[in-house]
Write a protein that binds this ligand. Structure first.
Ligand code: SAM
Length: 253
């Protein structure tokens, strides 16, 4: 079933009104009309089954027949991926896959070994990345549209440690603590029923400089190994997100 994100103000009582790009897509591309069903999501974790009315010139409305929690969210956990700026268009793949794997927000960061710094045309890039997140959220039936935040420095990232219940550094030179062990240790001390906010830091292709790794450890970020192989930067974040999903779905018991 075709799925569209709508703003809360487009939902009035039991009617949803759609205009703009989505109106054109529904009426001109999908050629849907009276009686056809679509699914809309308010971007805050609630989905609605909608039976369309006859389209007008620039808007189409529909009656909400059912409301339910979006299937694509894990409300118990919010994962922020701090991603070292990768080369070329790799960030686009990272965003797409991370949204499919349930990421809550993505923050690009620059570091000593990040070869690409998005100084020029930064707004354009962020706009394109946000569009990729939007499309991936629609395709994967997410209940929210994960945000792509403005790039930060690693120092700025580390200043936010206390904003998270747990901040993890995927560190290629860590050879002792696994992500599993770190989560089990965390589970023992975390006595909270609010959504867990977990931050994951993944380095760029060049990895982390020794002094950066030391700064992360000094900031009480937990360094974990993802195994004996060196993963590409675009792989590492996905491994962490997958393991966090597994852990949250009871894989740790
Ligand atoms: N310094 C690495 C090397 O020796 O080739 C390059 C960095 S790796 C391509 C990019 C990032 O992925 C790392 O900074 C780290 O965040 C993550 N990563 C890759 N393999 C990892 C592993 N086995 N354990 C933990 N993190 C890993």
């Amino acid at each position: 079933m075709h799925r569209f994100f709508v703003k809360p103000e487009q939902l009035l009582e039991s009617i949803v009104t759609i205009s703009g790009e989505d109106f054109k897509h529904i009426t001109k591309v999908l050629r849907l009309g009276k009686g056809d069903l679509i699914e809309v999501c308010d971007g805050q974790g609630t989905d609605y089954l909608v039976s369309l009315n006859t389209p007008g010139d620039q808007t189409i409305s529909g009656s909400i027949t059912r409301q339910y929690r979006s299937q694509g969210e894990t409300p118990e956990m919010r994962i922020t991926l701090f991603q070292g700026l990768p080369k070329g268009t790799k960030m686009e793949v990272i965003i797409q896959k991370a949204v499919e794997l349930g990421v809550y927000q993505i923050v690009p960061f620059s570091s000593l070994r990040a070869v690409s710094q998005i100084k020029d045309k930064q707004d354009k890039k962020i706009e394109r990345w946000q569009r990729i997140a939007y499309e991936a959220a629609k395709q994967s039936k997410r209940g929210i549209i994960p945000k792509i935040l403005l790039p930060q420095t690693l120092k700025e990232v580390l200043n936010q440690v206390d904003h998270y219940d747990l901040m993890i550094l995927a560190y290629e030179d860590e050879n002792r603590l696994t992500l599993k062990a770190a989560l089990e240790a965390f589970q023992k001390i975390s006595k909270t029923d609010k959504p867990l906010s977990i931050a994951v830091i993944v380095g760029p292709e060049g990895g982390f400089d020794l002094q950066e790794a030391a700064a992360c450890q000094a900031a009480r970020v937990i360094s974990v190994t993802l195994g004996r192989r060196i993963l590409r930067t675009e792989t590492a974040g996905m491994v962490v997100l997958s393991q966090l999903n597994y852990w949250m779905e009871g894989g740790s018991s």
